[in-house]
Ligand binder design. Sequence first.
Ligand SMILES: [Zn+2]
Length: 373
Amino acid sequence: MKFSEVVGQERVKDNIRSMIIQHKVPHAVLLLGSSGVGALPLAIAMAHAMVCPSPVQGEACGACPSCNRSFKYLHPDVHFAFPTTGKDVTSDNLLPVWRNLLMKKHYFTKDDWINEIAADNKQANINKEECFNIRRKLSLKCAEAEVRVMIIWLPEYLGKEGNRLLKILEEPPPDTHFILVAEQSDQILQTIMSRCQLIKVPLLTDEVLDKTLKSIYPSVTDLQLNTVIQLANGSFSEAIALMAEQEDLNAGILIDWMRKCYKGNGLEMSRWVDEIAVWTKEKQKIFIRYSLHFFRGLLVLPVLGQEKSNIPKEMIATSEKLRAILTDKQLEQMTHLADENFAHLERNANPKILFLDLSIKFHQIMQNKFFNI
Ligand SMILES: [Zn+2]
């Protein structure tokens, strides 16, 4: 992966890139940053740049056969060690799962990883066997690059086994670099800390989170963004998890609403409205904005297809069902109405009347009984 895929952290990237350009990468570095700020993606981008034979400005070229292997996590000179669960299970045993997860996303937490590898709640650690493996792998020569890199994710989980790595961290074999990626410095053996050059990875700024989330969720409102950013506390993983939670919630309610509007049972619609009417105005606005985003996606769906129409993934099944029964004209009317009512909500319209009126009109449109627009 490239540094350009890492969210924010421009100063840390510049620092690492200049080390690579000047061939001054220390033999052991420790990237220290809270969960979700991007320390692991930075370590990976760094390792990929180091094994690329033709890096550009300290960045992996992305085009050579070596990068081709690196970017699939198959490069023989980029090694990984990470916490595992179960007796004598090492990173090698779980490498396919690790690769799969990294191919899907670069930002994940320790809990995400544990969920990925174990159904039960076993204690994770980096065990004695792993330490032997690390030493054994590094006793061989580089496979194809001029250097090789051992990334140790969460050395906190080494516990006292970390003592087995002190000597090799102090004096690694030629052309060997360690990149340790940690979250809590007080959980790491002091003797390990002292053998590494520390690179701190700060919390992501609100501006960076704001810009990144807007590009991923084009329908997000400013208020929704502000709430997520405040709760995320500088962590991209946390921000994404919070956004997904909100999207899931909105999706469930929107699907329910569409069903009720289609059927047109007055009692069911008014019960639905009662539930929505007690929400805060901001939450109602977020929901209408989400609905609008969905309707617009539905409109362009036949032309642009699923991927480019920006339909939230939790709405894909519903989008196909609705497109089968609604014409462009009906969808345009619904979009127009939702847009108009968003403006009414901003001007303090009574939400109960507004949502009931909207539900009835949606029903009329869906059943082709609405000709006012
Ligand atoms: Zn390359």
